[in-house]
Design a protein around this ligand. Sequence first.
Ligand code: SF4
Ligand code: SF4
Length: 501
Amino acid sequence: MGIEFLYPEFEVIRNQDRCIKCRVCERQCANEVHSYSAERGLMMSDETKCVNCQRCVSLCPTRALKIVKSDCTLRENANWQNDTIREIYKQAGSGGVLLSSMGNPKPLPVYWDKILINASQVTNPSIDPLREPMETRVFLGSKPDRVARDENGKLKYDLPPQVELSMPVMFSAMSYGSISYNAHASLARAATELGILYNTGEGGLHEDFYCYGKNTIVQVASGRFGVHEDYLNAGAAIEIKMGQGAKPGIGGHLPGTKIVGDVSRTRMIPEGSDAISPAPHHDIYSIEDLRQLVFSLKEATQYKKPIIVKVAAVHNIAAIASGIARSGADIIAIDGFRGGTGAAPTRIRDNVGIPIELALAAVDKRLRDEGIRNHVSLVVGGSIRSASDVIKAVALGADACYIATAALLALGCHLCRTCQSGKCNWGIATQQPELVKRLNPDIGSERLINLMTAWQHEIKELMGGMGINSIEALRGNRLMLRGVNLTEKELEILGIAHAGE
Ligand code: SF4
Ligand code: SF4
């Protein structure tokens, strides 16, 4: 039995009374779902091709369209569910590894939703962020063990290199190639305007974006695509990518269909060739090897840039982070198992890695216990969805958060989860020129600025409610958090008390 025998996952419902046959839906759908039948004088739908990206629904001038999940199900049970059966049919037809994109959709616990934030009442009064100054700035980089003064009693400021953020949020790594030129332009412009950083991912830095260098993290991944001296010196910080939350333990894969024109030039690989970055860095098999790469990058940039080491949240993450902190890295970025991606094997995405909340709490505690917490800043990502997730992450010990899926949503992504096809109808995860131009970088950057501005207001309100006027004072302050519906073990790892205690 082949996939062609499966009933389509979505149904396109067209209200024929409202449809004016303008054919906008036909022109807008890169998946070729809609077509006009001159013979019948009607718009037709091929639902087998629909990915429910909602582009046609959003642009239909008469609201004639609706896309719904089909209620035609296989005879599932608690063990053999609809999706599981469909996947078996797909693999029986293709013989291939299942590919997906975006984050883990499984109903595993979202600990952010089981953690509640404190507020001041009566004593320790709250602070009104509209009337009082609130500090959301953070500085990422290694901090000295103690405050030092010179012979005149003046503070010594010769710190290791730091980056300043206006708020504890950055745009996480998304490579040029996995996302479009216009998506990158939107992120770069918004980061610059906001005083935060965006991240090149492993795709190199397009020459047009060197002007945003002060707000750019340049990444060095195992494939070393697009890495050269000017690239390293262009950014505000350099990130060594050892792993990513959506696919821990494996490398990256960008299909050759996306390696076209500028993408191939920026990556320094031939057009049409698959960009496959190996699972490990072939020169790193120990913390000592990692240390060599950290210091090679510091040498190449005259010790002026903080070095970030990014890892996926996995079982022994606390010990791994302890090693990284001793490798000379200035910042550790940890990516949880719900992190998004442009393409990942479905089995890896859905089954490998651990939640970022537990990883963060374990790492922060371990580094504190070892007396080296100040040697590194901690950045966490992997489905940070709101200002309250940011506040909870900071209270669990993070210096800042990475966001990517939330940023793409701001750009118009409708989470259809088919980025790997290269046919993103919203102009984000595509290199097809006619699709790329659908995302206007002026509008994209404005929407990102709006989102971050809104989060900054909310962060200030949440901080004010706790009677805290500086985000630095919240970092690692787990007394501000309480758990609900959590086991003793989960509370112990998170280092928080249960609500009511
Ligand atoms: S966009 Fe709407 S009105 Fe136009 S043809 Fe499609 S369904 Fe009909
Ligand atoms: S970026 Fe585009 S293809 Fe990917 S999930 Fe969002 S809308 Fe779909």
